[in-house]
Design a protein around this ligand. Sequence first.
Ligand code: DAH
Length: 363
Amino acid sequence: MYASSIPQQIGYNHYKHYVSLFLSNETMLKQQFIDDLSAAKTPDEVEQVRVKYLGRKGLITNYAKNADFGKMTPEEKKNFGIVLNELKTFAAESLQKAIDTVKQSSTGTKNKLLDLSIPGSSSSLGALHPITLVQLEIESIFEGMGFTVLDSPEAETEYGNFESVNIPSDHPARDMQDTFWLQNEMVLRTHTSSNQVRALKRFGAPFRGIFPGRCFRYEAIDPSHENTFFQCEGLMVDKNISVANLIGVMKTLLSEVFHREIKVRLRPGFFPFVEPGFELDINCIFCGGKGCPICGDGWIELIPCGLVHPRVLEFGGVNPQEYSGFAFGLGLTRLAMMRFGVKDIRYFNCGDVRIYEQFNVFI
Ligand code: DAH
């Protein structure tokens, strides 16, 4: 058989490089097979060669199917059968050898002794999240001042998130906090303040505690807004607690976080669960209070706070005639941004360990 009689159906174009007037079709097919197989370097590539030649529509398979037996003499038929079987056997055995070879070289076992001096592959440990680092620091500072650290639920009842902190359903303050509602009518807490009443009910007065945790708001995300962020609520209730106690605790906290004395100022601020309510600003740590692009006028708004509203004490079962207290809502995410100089809040939730690893030098 010669090239001119290669049946078209077996893909003449496939092996046109081998078309020769002097070589038989089987020889050219065999040569093409050998070339393809020696180019295969992985088990997958060897498998592709097998399919190409011995698969259901493979070149060798089709070669037999398309042979024109009608035009062959009995002698030619017999020879064709012998040649074809040899070709198939050759292809099958070569494929098996090739599989063994590529498997061995891909596992690296071929002719290799175990080399105990090769360094092992180390496992990567991950890193604490920068907000976790700040949270741990805050927890230990407050523990040093006699505060208990309490865990609390992220899904709250409507009463817990709003009413218990003096925000009834018709109160305009509800609009300050856009909320994710769950199907069971709970809310993803918009702040950690709901723990004030929970803690007073459970532990009574006097009480000192902080409640760090994740909060959620329906926010459009940009470099300074996130829908998922961390706060740390703090509450101290005792006899004769005043604004002086609040300022003292806040100054201690800030000087420990920033490792120096920090000047603070209080401005009036409205929050339904404190009376009076304040915005506590710190003297800008970037410019020292002169004014810069980050602070504007030399002050940075950092901790909303105030004296616990008598209604909240009552909700918690504590007598406001006997006890008073202060509360604050520290933005842990915001503090982490300032502490580590992170300019875009979105880094915190991106899940990329390469970002988080950079902060572990601070531990
Ligand atoms: N819960 C408030 C918020 O997320 C923050 C806050 C303000 C907490 C004043 C307080 C406080 O304890 O006294 O916006």
